[in-house]
Design a protein around this ligand. Structure first.
Ligand code: SME
Length: 149
């Protein structure tokens, strides 16, 4: 298994959600070069609400029908955007961002949160990064059931 996924699994032993997700965002930011934002959006009261993250201050509330994060929620599929300037409706939290990877965390088929990564480099995220974040999302989903998040 990828070393980042192993580190994420170890950090997922922390039962407090905020403490745990804070460390996950720091771990991802620290492990991968070329990121300017790494963090979580949590599904709360019919919208996406900013969770623990590393990077510049970001949008605190995102409706399900807006942006890359909204599309990730409605499609329940990872969204890999090679060039955010070509994505209609992209929400720019940091004007330096050029590519984005957003992955849903699904529990019993429902999206409960999202992992969102931004890079100032176009095409930063490929199939390998998507696979690693999909594995992370599966592990977060298991931990959320185990810890009753
Ligand atoms: N770019 C996202 C918004 C979140 S920030 O990237 C942290 C979007 O279009 O939904």
């Amino acid at each position: 298994m990828n070393i980042l996924n192993e580190q994420i699994r170890a950090l997922l032993e922390e039962p407090d959600m905020i403490a745990c997700l804070s460390n996950l965002s720091a771990c991802i930011m620290d492990s991968w070069e070329g990121l300017n934002w790494a963090g979580f959006y949590l599904v709360k009261n019919g919208e996406l609400v900013l969770g623990p993250f590393q990077g510049k201050p970001a949008c605190t509330h995102i409706p399900f029908d807006k942006g890359v994060c909204g599309l990730t929620y409605t499609s329940k599929l990872p969204q890999r955007v090679d060039d955010v300037l070509s994505f209609p409706g992209h929400i720019a939290c940091d004007s330096a961002s050029r590519s984005e990877l957003c992955v849903p965390v699904l529990v019993s088929g429902e999206c409960i949160m999202e992992i969102d990564l931004d890079s100032p480099v176009k095409n930063r995220f490929g199939e390998e990064e998507e696979e690693i974040m999909l594995q992370a999302a599966r592990d977060i989903a298991s931990a959320s059931l185990q810890h009753h998040w």
